[in-house]
Design a protein around this ligand. Structure first.
Ligand code: CA
Length: 224
């Protein structure tokens, strides 16, 4: 091996190291940056299930999917904090928009939820929670969980639901236009992952970072 060859190899090595360091710096810089995307308008919550004071100054929307394990987890870990700090104190109202990223089962879950909302709006959140609670901890994606039978089984655990009317509406996909309306919102707000959380017109990239969510809500509250 001659000297120029060795020098050439060193140069290549040094270049690779420098590129590597620049890449690390770039990634670190991006990770620390808040990637909140601001839209001109907040999504309309007309026709959506909403919990909290209707006059609450800030609206938080979850774009979620009953078939999505992260949504179940968000509902069990982050939502209770949001509820205690902001919803029960009248500062935030919370709405849920269906996302259908898991095919037929997502559609069945969305349709079932929209059907309850139409028939017994006061029972919506009870059904919503019961459906997520029933989601298996380890989902085998080849195995169907969220079937019509399952939705009917869950609905029948809730007092005051007309099960026959519910089952008929579900089978006939009567609330499909509501599901399609949610799909339009998903497209309009470029929702790519579930859950996606929006605070008024701002889309948060890290829904599991409660401090970040809190900061965003506080900023919106101050802006009012
Ligand atoms: Ca909806």
């Amino acid at each position: 091996m001659n000297k120029s060859n060795t020098a050439g190899k060193m140069l290549v090595t040094i270049t690779i190291i420098i590129i590597g360091l620049l890449l690390v710096l770039y990634l670190l810089n991006n990770a620390s940056k808040s990637k909140v995307i601001t839209y001109d308008n907040a999504p309309s919550i007309d026709g959506q299930p909403v919990v909290g004071d209707e006059n609450a100054p800030v609206t938080v929307i979850e774009f979620g999917d009953f078939k999505c394990p992260s949504c179940k987890s968000w509902g069990e870990t982050i939502y209770p904090q949001l509820e205690a700090d902001y919803i029960e104190t009248g500062k935030v109202k919370f709405a849920f928009v269906n996302v259908l990223f898991h095919g037929e089962e997502s559609q069945t879950g969305s349709l079932a939820a929209e059907t309850i909302l139409k028939q017994s709006p006061e029972k919506y959140w009870e059904f919503h929670e019961a459906l997520f609670a029933d989601q298996p901890d380890t989902q085998n994606h080849n195995e169907q969980w969220l079937t019509e039978e399952k939705a009917i089984e869950i609905a029948s655990t809730i007092e005051g639901i007309d099960i026959e009317a519910f089952a008929n509406s579900l089978t006939n996909k009567e609330e499909m236009s509501q599901v399609e309306h949610d799909m339009d919102l998903v497209e309009e707000y470029a929702v790519k992952v579930t859950p996606t959380i929006m605070v008024n017109n701002k889309k948060l990239d890290e829904p599991f970072d409660y401090d970040k969510l809190k900061n965003l809500i506080d900023q919106e509250l101050e802006g009012k």
